[in-house]
Design a protein. Structure first.
Length: 202
């Protein structure tokens, strides 16, 4: 009988040499420069860029989105086959801690207000509402090992913010759902900025 390719020694050696991906070693960056061309955000460009930097620190979690191959059934004779015809990118959701001024909620409220004007309900030009969201992952040594750019992203839903006397010791937070055109995976040629700040707290 042939020996099994798996052994405890092989597994331990693999873990020590490569390790596993950590869920807590990441940063999220939002390119605000594309959101300073029109509307109220243009009038508050400096403060909005500052808020974008704060959001990097206060992102509690974010989903690395998935992708699906869209197919259709084709039968020539006998069993049908699924044939591909395109790609479908899912939406993603991030959760953000709120500071004492609710700056993160205000940040996304202003962004949504640029997508659809809350007074006259006019829709902005697409190029004026989209941005790039970059998710960066790090290994245990703090070295970047993953970079995913969500291209042409914008918020489509802001969650409720809960208040309650029983939650006095908890930090309030808000969840935001983003739509985007597509993502590129580890493609340095499409990174929206040449350098990102070093990882925090590693």
């Amino acid at each position: 009988m042939a020996a099994s390719p798996f052994s405890v020694h092989t597994f331990v050696t693999k873990v020590k040499s490569a390790g596993f991906a950590s869920t807590s070693r990441y940063q999220v960056f939002i390119a605000r420069s594309t959101l300073t061309r029109a509307g109220t955000i243009n009038n508050n460009a400096a403060s909005m860029n500052t808020k974008a930097n704060d959001i990097t620190l206060n992102c509690e979690n974010i989903d690395l989105p998935g992708i699906s191959v869209t197919t259709f059934d084709r039968r020539y004779y006998g069993v049908s086959r699924k044939l591909p015809y395109g790609l479908l990118y899912g939406q993603t959701t991030g959760s953000f801690y709120l500071d004492d001024n609710y700056s993160e909620r205000k940040f996304f409220e202003e962004w949504v207000g640029q997508v659809v004007n809350k007074t006259n309900f006019n829709i902005s030009y697409y190029d004026d509402i989209v941005s790039t969201i970059t998710i960066v992952g790090y290994n245990l040594n703090g070295t970047e090992n993953l970079r995913v750019n969500l291209l042409e992203a914008y918020p489509i839903q802001i969650s409720n913010v809960n208040f309650g006397y029983s939650n006095e010791s908890m930090i309030n937070k808000v969840a935001v759902e983003f739509a985007y055109k597509q993502y590129d995976f580890n493609d340095p040629s499409k990174i929206y900025r040449t350098e990102l700040p070093p990882p925090i707290g590693f």
